[in-house]
Design a protein around this ligand. Structure first.
Ligand code: ADA
Length: 561
């Protein structure tokens, strides 16, 4: 399954995932071994390849004719794609979609080959041994589309404001012309039974062209966590009066603003009760099926959560579709965890970060659940070189989307020199776990500093990580380190202190579930897991689950006026 709604009525599409592909190991002692594997999936889930790092080949066949567009929702982490033996494109970046084209295919069966590489190499700057697992494989869906020569590549709807006549929006659509000659086209977008025509444009060969206008949509409900009302926006592209192509997006009408130290959702100050979540499961690696994603969200809801932080990379669109439907707010971030100045100086680093940001925002723009863009978790924000990267990436975000604030989770405290750059100041803190300072002491010091030398005055303040570890099933009256009792006790103190600190707009608990870590991290992590989950890797609740449920359950979703 690719999305929770149909994205086309006119364009012929089918899913190439959700079935078995041929798989060949290309490196290591099992080189040459062949198997049949499901796509999407992760190589680490194929018996005997649990620790595989290397190249691998995925192959399948498809029937099509003419021009095709293949969209890969996520390949971890490098993909080189061939159609009938011809290379048609390549892509680095596990967590964002990309498309390749096959032009003028003859009627019949065609061979698709995807060579995937999950090695840690200098040219893959964002993937290093880390406190989570960078899995390998075609880990998200694959779609085959038979496209007309001039076709849509994206459609963005920006809700601007709710007025007396309805919601004021901006509509933007991009078309791409594969033809050798120019094409004249008109675009019409239909939302909630209303039609919005855009001016006719001539699109030159090989050109990408953007249609844009503002409009008012009448009679629609506002999207909110309490009433996550969704609507389709259907764009059609007309050539000589005939609809040749279409693109359907699902949208919600809501605004996000930052004002007077608060984050306003539809004008009301939202209180974040959130969880950081990795895409990780012992049975599926990062390729969680829909049902497992949904059940994670149900647990988050059960604990009283109203938000998820997609630490530390953009998430599967199916997960975001679920959040849209369930009214769960999302902090979505680019792919980078703990990359210090030396990592940021990798010649590929900045370009690859910017590519993730561009692909993430282009693909996920319409999700009403995403209320903030995050970048560079715990990277080198205390260094001059780091500041150049932070600054460039915030500028890029603002050039692509002015309708959401942006932020970055920092652990650099008083050394951080980047807090004047984001819209929201966000901190990862672990009181009573990594140090003995109380949460209140930390928050007071940080907030005083931000209001002065730290240059974050007037901005909302969020805790983006807080938590403690426990090994599931280790019960211990002495409350020793890694016991469930200790984790529950620490979480209670942390949450009570943070939620009673009026200057803090909310918090994200680190983390929803235990996750597998790279072997280089295993000595610091019992069972080779980051054990700060409120549920273990199989989603079995630890004692702290109930503690969090009681505290989150007693707090309203909005701050009083
Ligand atoms: C950091 C980091 C997380 C995780 C956490 C921990 O704050 O952002 O990815 O590693 O620490 O468990 O220590």
């Amino acid at each position: 399954m690719i999305r929770l709604f149909d994205t086309h009525r006119i364009r012929k599409c089918r899913e190439l995932s959700g079935r078995l592909w041929d798989f060949t190991v290309l490196d290591g002692p099992r080189k040459g071994e062949k198997r049949r594997v499901t796509v999407p999936s992760c190589v680490e889930k194929y018996p005997g390849l649990e620790n595989y790092r290397g190249k691998m080949l995925y192959e399948t066949t498809f029937e099509a004719r003419g021009d095709i567009r293949l969209e890969f929702k996520g390949v971890s982490h490098f993909a080189a794609v061939k159609i009938d033996g011809q290379e048609v494109g390549s892509h680095y970046g596990s967590y964002t979609p990309f498309a390749v084209y096959g032009k003028g295919l003859a009627y019949g069966s065609h061979c698709l080959q995807v060579e995937v590489d999950n090695r840690f190499l200098e040219e893959y700057a964002l993937d290093i041994p880390n406190d989570y697992t960078s899995y390998g494989g075609i880990s998200r869906g694959v779609v085959l589309e038979e496209v007309s020569r001039l076709h849509f590549t994206w459609l963005h709807i920006t809700p601007l404001s709710a007025g007396a006549d309805g919601w004021n929006i901006r509509i933007e659509a991009e078309g791409y012309n594969l033809a050798e000659e120019a094409r004249d086209a008109e675009v019409c977008v239909r939302i909630a039974g209303q039609e919005y025509w855009m001016e006719s444009k001539t699109v030159s060969p090989g050109e990408r062209c953007i249609w844009s206008r503002e409009a008012t949509v009448r009679g629609v409900r506002t999207w909110s966590p309490e009433d996550p009302a969704l609507y389709s926006a259907e764009a059609q592209l007309y050539i000589d009066g005939k609809a040749e192509d279409d693109l359907i997006e699902r949208i919600g009408f809501r605004t996000v603003q930052v004002k007077d130290n608060r984050i306003l959702l539809n004008g009301k100050a939202i209180r974040i009760k959130g969880f950081c979540r990795h895409e990780d499961h012992p049975q599926f690696g990062c390729a969680l099926p829909l049902e497992a994603m949904d059940s994670d969200l149900r647990l988050i809801r059960d604990m009283g959560g109203n938000s998820v932080r997609t630490s530390h990379y953009p998430n599967d669109e199916l997960f975001l579709d679920l959040c849209d439907e369930l009214g769960i707010l999302v902090w979505e971030e680019n792919h980078a965890r703990g990359l210090e100045e030396a990592d940021m100086r990798n010649p590929w680093f900045e370009e690859q970060c910017e590519q993730v940001i561009r692909e993430m925002i282009t693909a996920h723009y319409n999700h009403p659940s995403i209320y903030i863009w995050g970048i560079l978790n715990e990277c080198g924000s205390e260094t001059e070189y780091g500041r150049i990267c932070y600054s460039a990436q915030y500028s890029l975000i603002r050039s692509l989307d002015v309708s959401r604030p942006c932020s970055s989770a920092s652990c650099k405290f008083f050394k951080d020199i980047c807090q004047d750059l984001p819209d929201v100041c966000s901190w990862n803190i672990y009181p009573y776990w990594y140090d003995d300072e109380t949460a209140v002491e930390k928050l007071e010091k940080l907030s005083d500093w931000l209001n002065g030398e730290g240059k974050g005055a007037g901005k909302p303040f969020l805790i983006t990580e807080i938590g403690a570890g426990a090994v599931y099933g280790f019960r211990d009256p002495a409350k020793d380190v890694w016991s469930e009792e200790r984790q529950a006790e620490i979480l209670k103190k942390q949450l009570e202190e943070v939620t009673s600190f009026a200057g803090c707009m909310g918090l994200y608990i680190w983390q929803f579930s235990d996750v597998r870590v790279s072997k280089e991290w295993a000595m610091k992590r019992p069972k080779s897991r980051n054990n700060k989950g409120l549920v273990d890797e199989y989603r079995r609740p630890k004692l702290a689950y109930q503690t969090v449920k009681e505290i989150f359950g007693s707090l309203p979703d909005y701050w009083e006026e």
